[in-house]
Design a protein around this ligand. Sequence first.
Ligand code: FES
Length: 490
Amino acid sequence: MSQRLSLSRAAHLIGTTRAALQKQIASGELVSSDGTVSTAELQALYPDLRIEDSGAFERITQIRDEAFGKRIRERVLPNQEILAQRLALQSEELEDVRRHLAHYHDMIEALRERIEQMSGASAAEQIAELADFLDVSLARVLGSEEPTDTIQVMDNVLRVMSAHVTVKPSGHEFFVEGSETVLQAALRAGLAPSYGCGNGNCGLCKARIIAGQTQQVQQSDYPLSASERTQGYALLCSHTAVSDLVIEMLEANAPEDIPQQEIVAKVRSVAALTPNIMLLHLQTPRSSRLRFLAGQRVALSVTGSTANFRGEYAIASCPCDDRNVLLHVCHDEEDAFASRLFAGAIRANDAVSLFGPFGDFVLQKDSPNDSVFVVCDSGFAPVKSLIEHAVASDLPGALRLIWAATRADGHYLENQCRAWADVIETFSYITLLADSPGVAGAQAAARALAEEDIKARDVYVVGPSEFVEAAHQRLVSAGLPAAQLRVEVL
Ligand code: FES
């Protein structure tokens, strides 16, 4: 008996994205009804799917590997194959029992109808007819060779390992895996929940649990009032999901919903991406993480210095990893912070003060359009953050990058683009080389306009002012609606 799964659960199970499934629905390969698909149809589309192939299973394995020390794991838990096999066997048995129950139910219904139709026959005829009917029906039930619904079995297994969360009022959905907190899972899924310390102290992450069960997994000092407890409030940073949940949670919809923060972070590493661009990796304390939207900037200054060694840079990492902040800092004699960084005066373990976030170069998240990123040189930094966030959020549209460079080494993370193109079905990119930002802007805009139906796309332009001006002018005069164009000058 085929079951129905929500698109997000089906995508989670198969190890693909919701966008990829939506594409199959749009092309007619897969039929959807009320936002759900049948396990039988999925099975027909993915006949060779095994539990081990599921992306969700891999992620769970990874979480478990991170969560347990090797020795404890070996002593306390069965290894992953045994665990998966046991759960799969149990699920198959459950599925078998469920199928037989459904057959018996059908048989009893048919028997009732048959008795109603036999009112004119003699008692002996009735008994003989009923005996024949039962023989045939039982043979059909017991000898049934209807195949086990593998997708349903996999769903049963994954339900044991991860819980599904629906957020009200936005309708966003995500999965809590292993024993991660609901907050960690929401961030990993690209959501922008309300939170502060991430550590059980501020109360900003409190949310109402409308349905389902949670369990505290991290210490918290914030006292919920008696009335909040009665209404079902819980701190998302210290609770995990025991069962599927429906929660009422505040989310940031725009940059103004994110508070300004000041955090002292530690330098994890400094590495040259090119002779002209440094990768600076900062890590915030566990109890003071940076809340920001993808595409925003932060200001940095050397902690404890009386001189004003300060600069402002686009964040090149995803808000889903709020402790590890990556920045691509360009060499600039007039930038005091960058000058110190290039002079080797800022090193691993140094303290750096971080202020922000700033800027509104953020994703248009509720837009159904494809996105085109028109980038020059280190403008790749905020776009890297946007693309990583779009992928984490499972945005429905395709992602296209047009990366122009004014130096031969300007495509300094092209290997990253290649890796995305290999694994993200909806991502593609091209690179261009030009001798000045203005020419690069005009060329990149021309390439963007050559995309089919540019008016149905959201376009993000970022780079030096000459580049942005040239690209902006061409895109607008070609009829791109202003609401679909976002620009950022670096
Ligand atoms: S984020 Fe501060 S208590 Fe949860």
